[in-house]
Ligand binder design. Sequence first.
Ligand code: GDP
Ligand code: MG
Length: 172
Amino acid sequence: MRVFQCAVMGSGGVGKSAITVRFIHGSYLEWYDPTNRKQFSVDNQPCLLEILDTAGIDQYLTLNDMFIRESEGFVLVFSLCQRDTFEEIIRTYEAIRRIKLPEGNQIVPLVIVGNKSDLIDEREVDTTEGEKLAMEWKCSYYETSARTSTNISLVFEDIVRQLRRNDLIRRQ
Ligand code: GDP
Ligand code: MG
């Protein structure tokens, strides 16, 4: 089976690992296998997704470029409770385009995720801001909570649909 590779990127502390663990194991903040592979069904078709849970981006810029090169799809996570992490995903998006577009890719499969939606009182980024960015980048926007398991699977289903579409386009 074709293995799709996607990277979860975003500032340290936004919940990248919590989202990955929640999706792979259905649990919150437990130790997990670093390979992060999961077989599941999207639109009644099985798929195998390998998720690269990256470290925070500020410290490891060259490592970041390597993750981008090795991945086909991207889940860009920010914290709804921390505005600077929202601004950080814009920088990551620019890095992804710089690295991916010269390879002849027309589209880069990508999803924007605002995490920690359960912390209602601490919100710093409005839903409309996430939606506006998604419109600009022509991608989807999800608000998730790894803690309460809200909308997590939608994120990975969306990325798989985009990766499949990309495969079809390339075969034409
Ligand atoms: P990473 O550095 O992006 O991998 O972030 P982690 O997954 O390690 O999470 C950082 C902190 O945010 C941890 O203390 C988590 O408990 C907390 N966290 C992650 N996701 C959520 C969430 O959806 N809701 C809440 N309330 N806390 C979260
Ligand atoms: Mg982490």
